[in-house]
Design a protein around this ligand. Sequence first.
Ligand code: C5J
Length: 224
Amino acid sequence: MTTRHTLQLAALPFAFGFQVASTALVIIDMQRDFVEPGGFGETLGNDVSQLARIVPTCQVVLHAWRAAGGVVVHTREGHLGDLSDCPPAKLNRGQPTLRIGDVGPMGRILIRGEPGHQIIAELAPLAGEIIIDKPGKGAFYATSLHTMLQQAGITHLIVMGVTTEVCVQSTLREANDRGYDCLLLTDCTNSYFPQFKAAALAMVHAQGGIVGWTAASGGLLALL
Ligand code: C5J
């Protein structure tokens, strides 16, 4: 198989056609701050063990995608140490046990460079893979992601990561508006709220794929 061969992946609402050469695997925010106890996710009152469940499946897909020679993008949500890129509306919202920038067990919450901001070891980026640090939920807001994807000739995205209805869905919508065909891997994304995950998946492929496509990872692995 050459990376320019068009593959057809069974998906909802219909087959997702893509070429590895023009497709990026985008892994959203698989950071310690969301997946491990003591980080941003837990300060908001969430059960982070929900998210850890998808890690082995994400790892299998990542390894297969690397072996196929595809472009890999990792994103991380986080802020500058002086919080100048964190709007007060985000900083002050709700009643978390610790706010963004406060010191927690994995360093300052959601701050770039802190231990909690790192991508989990199982999915750690390799040299040469794209890492996007983003201050918002969507990976295109205030980042160079679109420019980097265009430079790499990318037209299609295969997306996994957390959380389905927040950063994953925001990124899918941003990508869709920029003209990318996007597939979300259903067993490689998760939410702290199962009902929100189910609703977000349905929203993606409804109305003839108004935001994109969804499929479980097995079909992709078989094609690769
Ligand atoms: C959240 C994210 N949930 N990565 N961030 O605040 O989905």
